[in-house]
Design a protein around this ligand. Structure first.
Ligand SMILES: *[C@@H]1O[C@H](CO)[C@@H](O)[C@H](O)[C@H]1NC(C)=O
Ligand SMILES: *[C@@H]1O[C@H](CO)[C@@H](O)[C@H](O)[C@H]1NC(C)=O
Ligand SMILES: *[C@@H]1O[C@H](CO)[C@@H](O)[C@H](O)[C@H]1NC(C)=O
Ligand SMILES: *[C@@H]1O[C@H](CO)[C@@H](O)[C@H](O)[C@H]1NC(C)=O
Length: 316
């Protein structure tokens, strides 16, 4: 009896050490955006999962202006590493809104950035990109930059060594993480005209990132350069795939387009995303896209598709 107990205790001890050896991950600090291989990969050679109008969250099918069903912290936990959003002035403060703040008001940009910073502070080995739009041409120096400062996130932002970075010029994710400058900020317009040197982290998107047509309605995912600016050729810029399918309610002119929630399991499936990437590849010297931007990031296999585009066979 006594001997049997001792034997059991010994066996338990053995099992514990064995399972520890098997399951305790070593060198976790060597992961960059979840993968050791990405530490040596240049930012410009990486594919990131993106969230379209990331702030426009609702679970109600009647909220027609929604594009997401889970909030920004949940999107980040699910692997989103590029956040897109639209800035509008509302009551004297910069808000993220969908077309107008009357249609959908996602709250202040300051609070949004604070929420993202909270996540980044707790996940020090993650590189994140913002691609914001500035439809009201609000001043970068006087409106946008102060909000970054008051949220506390400016200290994490990356300031490139030269005004225009080609895709090969970017540092590796490992270098960005080591320097603590691991947030890249693009703005669609106005950033080319900033004058305050301390706004240098707000980068003119179309000089460095081109997009194919936005609000697409064709599930065959044709790809062409839609918005891009010089001096670089699009093939030397980063590229963003607008992979958010819309239904056109009134197909006259641009019509009235709404995010197609019913098709989203297929749209956000691996086949559909890889097909779109394949269609864009000839425009970028047969590379993968840099940003795969989706509606309803909680639906489908967006992260698995992005992992494949980064050359990882498994979602881990
Ligand atoms: C913003 O500027 C662009 C030109 O850069 C102009 O076409 C557009 O009308 C302006 N929008 C507003 C709201 O001022
Ligand atoms: C800014 O970030 C650096 C790391 O990159 C950190 O050491 C420093 O404490 C931060 N400063 C502030 C004011 O948060
Ligand atoms: C930025 O400046 C250029 C020329 O200097 C001008 O054409 C353009 O409209 C300006 N854009 C904004 C958003 O102010
Ligand atoms: C990164 O480089 C590899 C090897 O050239 C290429 O297959 C892949 O498409 C590139 N990805 C991006 C996003 O540039």
């Amino acid at each position: 009896m006594h001997f049997a107990l001792r034997l059991a205790a010994f066996a338990a001890l053995l099992l514990t050490s064995y399972s520890d050896a098997l399951f305790i991950p070593v060198k976790r600090d060597m992961l960059c955006n979840g993968h050791a291989a990405l530490c040596d990969r240049k930012y410009g050679n990486t594919t990131f999962l993106g969230s379209h109008d990331s702030f426009a969250v609702s679970t109600s099918v009647f909220a027609l202006a929604r594009t997401q069903e889970v909030d920004v912290p949940s999107q980040l936990r699910r692997g989103v590493r590029m956040l897109q959003a639209q800035g509008h002035m509302n009551g004297g403060k910069l808000h993220f809104c969908h077309n107008t703040c009357g249609l959908y008001d996602g709250g202040t940009v300051e609070q949004y950035l604070k929420d993202v910073k909270y996540f980044l502070d707790r996940h020090p080995n993650e590189v994140l990109t913002f691609i914001f739009t500035n439809p009201e041409n609000l001043s970068v120096d006087k409106v946008w930059k102060p909000v970054f400062d008051s949220s506390g996130i400016t200290n994490l932002t990356y300031v490139p060594p030269q005004p225009v970075m080609s895709r090969g010029d970017w540092p590796t994710l490992g270098e960005m993480i080591a320097s603590g400058k691991r947030v890249v900020v693009f703005l669609d317009k106005g950033a080319e005209n900033k004058t305050d040197p301390s706004s240098a982290f707000i980068l003119p998107q179309f000089q460095m990132v081109w997009e194919d047509p936005y609000d697409p309605t064709d599930p065959k995912w044709p790809c062409k350069v839609d918005r891009s600016a010089g001096p670089l050729a699009p093939s030397q810029q980063l590229n963003l795939m607008n992979h958010n399918l819309n239904v056109n309610l009134i197909p006259v002119g641009r019509g009235v387009r709404l995010p197609d929630r019913l098709s989203s399991p297929r749209t956000n499936g691996i086949r559909s995303i890889l097909k779109h990437a394949h269609n864009c590849a000839p425009l970028v010297e047969d590379r993968s896209p840099n940003f795969v931007m989706l509606d309803y990031v909680n639906v489908g296999q967006g992260l698995e598709a992005v992992n494949r585009l980064n050359g990882f066979a498994f979602n881990s």
